[in-house]
Design a protein around this ligand. Structure first.
Ligand SMILES: C[S@@+](CC[C@H](N)C(=O)[O-])C[C@H]1O[C@@H](n2cnc3c(N)ncnc32)[C@H](O)[C@@H]1O
Length: 239
């Protein structure tokens, strides 16, 4: 599966970084914070765990994980866009929630094998040029039995709700996102990529293609607007 061009994506997120959080809050009515708490809960995270959040953007999922792992655990927040990561770093200081931050491309992670208990990505995987490579890398850096957690948009299936959501996301979302960030084309791209990205069993199939997971599950959020995918990293991979 081929994703978007990574240089264009990096530039696009650089151009919307300063308005990204405000646009998210207005466009989702704040519900993305609830979805992120759901990811943390579904991951089975424990105090003391080491978590890697990839494509962390402005860091919201990483902060939720840090609250769960406590002072004995650590959360490393990575992104390949400097402008987005700079906002995560500033928020970390403002909120007094310490994160380790690093510029990193999720398709080419520099961390050793099995160095984390959990690796997560929220609304990042559909923006990655090679999603299969990204999932494979995420699984590689997680210990056997640990979890890869993915939060991503998909397509609702419930009739009427589906039509209403499609109308909102096609005609209203790009206008509002564009007005807040000054980049309507970015919000047109974000809508179009969400409307096409494989979800449910199609995404699980992609996870299976990595051959790095022994178990998979997914959960539907808000009528199918978004999904949480979980993969348990194979325990006997080094045998
Ligand atoms: C829609 S934002 C999501 C940010 C954040 N996780 C959230 O939930 O709000 C997508 C992020 O993916 C990052 N990204 C896209 N491709 C990437 C890659 N190959 N490696 C690392 N980060 C990437 C972008 O820079 C951007 O910050």
């Amino acid at each position: 599966m081929q994703g978007p061009n990574s240089e264009k994506i990096k530039k696009m997120f650089g151009s919307i970084a300063s308005g990204y959080d405000s646009a998210n809050t207005v466009l989702s009515g704040g519900i993305h914070h609830i979805w992120k708490k759901d990811v943390v809960q579904a991951s089975g995270v424990q105090p003391g765990f080491r978590v890697l959040d990839c494509a962390t953007g402005t860091g919201d999922l990483a902060f939720e994980f840090k609250k769960a792992v406590g002072s004995n655990g650590q959360v490393t927040a990575t992104d390949f866009c400097e402008e987005m990561l700079a906002i995560a770093e500033q928020k970390s200081k403002d909120k007094n929630i310490p994160l380790i931050t690093e510029i990193a491309d999720v398709t080419n992670l520099k961390f050793p094998d099995a160095s984390f208990d959990i690796c997560s990505i929220a609304f990042g995987i559909r923006n990655v040029s090679d999603p299969l490579k990204a999932l494979s890398e995420m699984a590689r850096v997680v210990r056997p039995g640990g979890k890869v957690m993915v939060l991503e948009f998909g397509q609702p299936t419930i009739p009427v709700f589906k039509q209403a959501y499609n109308f909102y996301s096609r005609f209203i979302l790009p206008q509002i996102g564009g007005a807040i960030t000054g980049q309507p084309s970015a919000y047109r791209y974000l809508q179009e990529s969400s409307s096409e990205f494989p979800c449910r069993e199609m995404f699980v199939k992609l996870m299976k293609q990595t051959e790095k997971f022994e178990a998979y599950s997914y959960r539907t959020l808000s009528g199918g607007i978004a999904y949480i995918y979980s993969g348990t990293v194979t325990r006997n991979r080094f045998v």
